[in-house]
Design a protein around this ligand. Sequence first.
Ligand SMILES: [Fe+2]
Length: 299
Amino acid sequence: MNESPNTLVEYGSVIDAHQMVEPPDTTELELEPGHPGEHDAEYIARRKELFALTRKHRLEKLGPPFVTYTPEETRIWREVSPKLDELHRKYACEIYLRAKDDLAITQIEIPQLRTLSERLESETNMHLVPAEGALPYRTFYEYIAQRGFPVTQFIRHGSHPEFTPEPDMIHDCLGHVPPLMNQDYAELLTLIGKAAAATPHGDQVLALKRFSWFSIEFGLIEERGETKVFGAGILSSTGEIPHALFSPNATRRPFVTETVISTDYDPSQMQKDFFIAPSLPFLRRELESLVRRFNIPVL
Ligand SMILES: [Fe+2]
């Protein structure tokens, strides 16, 4: 990368490299300006309640709490999950589809993360960590290094059931959780976590963040000559699935690690750059050679 060692460019702005290795902590609920729920007092009260509950469970290592969901939250789940499922059957990669069936996530009730976590633990030795919201990247990957995947337990605002400006339960449960049932996927993810948590260099953290953004989060994958959806950010959005595969406003290029780690992105917009990985073992090999090149002692 071209940036000098102390400044990096992320989301189009110059950032202090230090920020990548010593992330700030957010202790109170913050909804970004323009959030669909920002003027809804009832929604904000519910979000604050879940923020406090899940933050306590995370910090005290209590595992995901059981949550009694409201009729409105259940309504949103019932509206979005069948639409996503229809798209998944056509366009999701096999790893995802098999795992989704094995986990038996229903379109009727919002799953309890505690139950999903126990199942993952017995399959791949991964577990779910309750998260009050999007955690800073390094904090997020410190949990993953310990085989814990941070997941939210709140639901997007009901005025826009197909859109969320932040990761919510639909994104996490229908995007990230199913592939954690796959051992190869779990090992790929854990290695990104170990490397990102171990390196003292901000530019390396940023490179690993981009590697996971363009694979785990927004990756496409080749399967028997077809391009399938792999990334959780695509899988959890009825808009992103057709956009990622077919939109003329997006590019789809082979996954070349050097290009991927020097490509910036904007998480608040529909994505314009997609990379197609030839396989999961390919991503694992690429990641291992990157970690070796960076001299991060986690292999
Ligand atoms: Fe995500």
